[in-house]
Design a protein around this ligand. Structure first.
Ligand SMILES: [Zn+2]
Length: 256
């Protein structure tokens, strides 16, 4: 008998995301899940290599915790692996917005990341994370506040540290996608009128140094997490959607 979250794959596909439906996912779960109130975001704390090395553990569980451990896995390349349509063991004891029935009420997303500072989140993965959460929240008619980080949900506070990114910023980006005000990264022009390329995390070179000097971080020439955070802050101050990507509009404002 299939469980109730059989809409999960289609909602993600409809949002333009890459989806890999796992064998028999519609019949997988700890049992039936209750009415969905929101999403809890996790990182796997798994291995550093490959796209989704934790997929098997998410599906089958561990010695101390039977699977499935989340309805969705999110690979480093932004692909959603749809694992289960029923209840999963991901939340543990906690509370978010007065809801303490974690596994019964929240969809779990396990994104592949070690959780270490030396493992930055690829922008394509973070973008898929936001878009997937936005699509699910729209489907269940919930506000962006109903997206919690595991570190926010879990009690006692400090029991969990995942995911490592800033959840307030994440929710703001999710809200922007839900309201249609977020730019689609694929339609940000590759360069502006003066041939300045659109730059994001991972870029290197003299133009990155120029950005860094404008946003007040060390001019290392590598567009790293610190640079991205400073670009977001700059964009926030300008009233732009803080996507951390230096496209034509951000270039013009930085140089103006
Ligand atoms: Zn977690």
């Amino acid at each position: 008998m299939a469980f109730s979250l059989t809409w999960l794959a289609q909602v993600l596909l409809d949002a333009g995301l890459r989806v890999a439906e796992q064998p028999d996912w519609k019949n997988r779960g700890r049992g039936e899940i209750g009415p969905i109130k929101g999403v809890i975001c996790h990182h796997t704390a798994g291995a550093r290599n490959n796209n989704m090395p934790s997929l098997r553990i998410i599906t089958e569980g561990r010695d101390d915790l039977p699977g499935p451990l989340a309805q969705l896995g999110l690979g480093r390349d932004g692909t959603y692996f749809v694992v289960a349509a029923g209840r999963c063991n991901h939340a543990g004891v906690g509370n978010w917005q007065g809801i303490s029935t974690g596994n019964m009420s929240f969809i779990g997303i396990e994104a592949e990341n070690t959780g270490l500072p030396s493992d930055p989140w690829p922008s394509t993965q973070v973008d898929s994370y936001r878009r997937g959460v936005a699509a699910i929240l729209k489907k269940i008619r919930a506000n962006s506040i109903m997206c919690a980080g595991h570190k926010e949900y879990a009690l006692p506070l400090g029991r969990k540290n995942d995911p490592t990114f800033d959840m307030n910023d994440f929710r703001m980006q999710v809200a922007a996608i839900m309201s249609g005000s977020a730019p689609d990264p694929s339609v940000i022009p590759a360069a502006d009128g003066a041939d300045r390329p659109t730059l994001r995390r991972g870029a290197t070179g003299d133009l990155v140094k120029e950005i860094q000097s404008k946003v007040g971080v060390a001019a290392t020439g590598t567009f790293d997490a610190i640079t991205e955070a400073a670009v977001r802050q700059f964009q926030r101050e300008q009233g732009f959607v803080p996507d951390g990507i230096v496209g034509p509009r951000t270039w013009a404002t930085l140089l103006g």
